[in-house]
Design a protein around this ligand. Structure first.
Ligand SMILES: Cc1cc2nc3c(=O)[nH]c(=O)nc-3n(C[C@H](O)[C@H](O)[C@H](O)COP(=O)(O)OP(=O)(O)OC[C@H]3O[C@@H](n4cnc5c(N)ncnc54)[C@H](O)[C@@H]3O)c2cc1C
Length: 422
């Protein structure tokens, strides 16, 4: 076995001085890098599973990657069986959260209509519904007339119908950050904000800890939950993870008295536009199909105007409505829109023992708790009962970044090739 010197000390692990140096450093049973919703809930599940000293490190403030800026859409209507399982697990988690912790992420079931505009959409929906039914999901097809009754705010004139699932709903993302931070604090998870991980301490192919800009932290188990920065983070250990980053934008209209506060949520997949009720108006979010990957925080006002007009076509009450809030942020994604969760492996396929990857592929609100549960299970026990994870690891990607898994067709953002964050 080869030993790499600990960069922080410059001393090789076999050297006795290494042991002395290690003794002076901090120790944890598990270090989680990233205090977003994935790392946050993962640390909670690890503590609940009996892991004693759990330490979460974040280069910024907890939640201030993507997690606090999300739209909060939670959908069980996935396009693949794995996506359905992750959605079901997550909705069950949110539904039981208040009873379990006395604090919640604000989840409410509103029902979600994925709109169909022609025969092709209708056929694709039929195939999806059959797959979802086989997974036990109570989703169904609704004809335009029934949709008009369920969701009077949607103009059904040019629709052939929609798929609908009453289980789907929304959380409040800032409240979710408050919820996991509160539970972390209560369970004694140690959180280090404004602490950047700059390297991994490796003993051959075994992880021994992380190096940070405030000194090393030793741990035999490390989870990387770096959100859209996961590619850059994993590269510190020589692991290539095709997690990309791209702009995603959300806006909230001024109050719309004719739209019910519990109105059904809607998704115009082809346009990349979705909406849900928020603050007496509608929250709507989108990805631009032509947007080049990369980190982005600024609003593309021309495209925002196109989406505002599109919303007005589908929800006439929103036509001409003013905007109360708008924000753009960077969202994570993977080439097949499915999470990357599993052991870290080098491009040669060698497993880095003790190092686990966990990212939710741009679906951290609707799948985050499920991905966190899987990540904690794998990091602590090497196995999970949440779903079949045999194809969710980084090894499913070919050297060019494409996946061996079928892409989830019900997903945003659009770019199908991950551009690693520089
Ligand atoms: C505008 C917008 C709307 C969205 N809407 C939805 C939605 O409706 N539904 C849905 O399911 N998903 C939505 N998403 C996606 C969702 O927000 C993300 O998938 C989710 O937040 C990812 O969680 P995370 O914990 O993996 O990452 P993050 O929340 O980004 O957290 C990762 C953390 O890792 C830290 N980090 C990275 N590198 C290092 C390092 N070297 N050292 C220390 N710390 C590091 C970062 O500082 C960050 O805090 C949306 C995203 C955006 C941007």
């Amino acid at each position: 076995m080869s030993y790499e010197p600990c960069r922080a000390t410059g001393i090789a692990p076999r050297d006795l001085r290494f042991q002395e140096a290690v003794a002076m450093h901090e120790h944890a049973d598990l270090v989680v890098v990233g205090a977003g919703t994935v790392g946050g809930w993962l640390s909670v599940f690890a503590r609940e599973a009996g892991c004693e000293r759990v330490l979460v490190v974040d280069q910024g403030m907890a939640g201030y990657g993507s997690s606090i800026r999300a739209a909060g859409m939670v959908r069980t209507q996935g396009g693949t069986p794995t996506a359905v399982h992750l959605g079901q697990e997550t909705v069950a988690f949110y539904a039981g959260q208040h009873e379990r912790y006395g604090i919640d992420s604000g989840f409410r079931s509103l029902g979600y209509a994925i709109l169909a505009f022609g025969d092709d959409d209708r056929q694709a929906a039929a195939a999806r519904l059959a797959m979802q039914a086989a997974e036990g999901l109570p989703s169904r097809w609704v004809e335009p007339a029934e949709l008009a009754a369920l969701a009077p705010h949607i103009d059904v004139e040019r629709l052939t119908g929609a798929t609908f699932c009453a289980l789907d709903g929304a959380i409040d993302p800032p409240r979710n950050v408050t919820a996991y931070m509160t539970v972390m604090h209560r369970l004694g998870v140690d959180v280090r904000e404004r602490t950047r991980v700059t390297g991994l301490v490796l003993d051959g192919t075994r992880v021994r800890g992380v190096e940070t800009d405030r000194g090393p932290i030793m741990a035999d188990r490390v989870v990387l939950a770096g959100g859209y920065g996961q590619g850059r983070l994993a590269r510190l250990a020589g692991v290539e993870v095709p997690v990309g980053a791209v702009r995603h934008t959300v806006a909230v209209t001024s109050p719309l008295p004719s739209v019910a506060p519990d109105a059904v949520m809607g998704f115009d997949l082809a346009a990349g536009l979705y909406w849900r009720p928020e603050e007496d108006g509608l929250l709507f979010g989108w990805s631009n199909p032509d947007e080049a990957p990369g980190e982005a925080q600024g609003v593309d006002w021309a495209f925002a105007e196109r989406m505002r007009l599109r919303l007005g076509e589908l929800v006439p009450a929103a036509a001409g409505a003013g905007l109360r809030r708008i924000w753009a942020a960077t969202i994570d994604y993977t080439p097949d829109h499915l999470p990357v969760v599993g052991p870290a492996r080098t491009p040669a396929g060698e497993e880095l023992e003790g190092l686990t990857l966990a990212s939710a592929a741009g679906h951290g609100m609707m799948w985050g708790p499920a991905v966190s549960r899987i990540g904690a299970d794998l990091a602590l026990h090497g196995t999970t009962a949440v779903t079949d994870v045999s194809m969710l690891g980084v090894e499913r990607f070919r050297p060019d970044g494409t996946s061996r898994l079928a892409t989830d067709p019900i997903a945003l953002p659009f770019p199908d090739r991950a551009a690693a964050v520089a």
